[in-house]
Design a protein. Structure first.
Length: 106
């Protein structure tokens, strides 16, 4: 009986530790490393026609580094927030917050 109580206690501790690792359960959508620039650019243009991309415009907190991969990652995440779908052609879901410096992803 004491042995089964020990295993149950161990199970509860593991459950607590595992649940606190992913407590927020938040995910983001970022650009695939190998996504072609032309596809990223097309996605970026289409997304910024529908959503507010002010943060990745010159002077915005996410403008630097000014490259297609970073800007598309931000746009992918904005679209992901709006639709609940991470575009499988150019995006990939992640559990790692891509925010950096003063650039905060939604």
């Amino acid at each position: 009986m004491a042995n089964s109580s020990f295993y149950f206690l161990g199970f509860l501790v593991c459950l607590f530790v595992c649940s606190s690792c992913q407590a927020s359960g938040k995910t983001w959508c970022v650009a695939q490393t190998a996504a072609p620039d032309d596809k990223l650019q097309a996605f970026l243009i289409a997304t910024c026609e529908r959503y507010n991309c002010k943060a990745i415009m010159p002077g915005g907190p996410c403008y630097q580094p000014a490259n297609i991969h970073n800007h598309a990652s931000y746009a992918l995440d904005i679209a992901y927030r709006g639709t609940g779908v991470c575009n499988p052609d150019v995006g990939t879901p992640t559990i790692t917050d891509p925010s950096f410096g003063s650039c905060h992803y939604p």
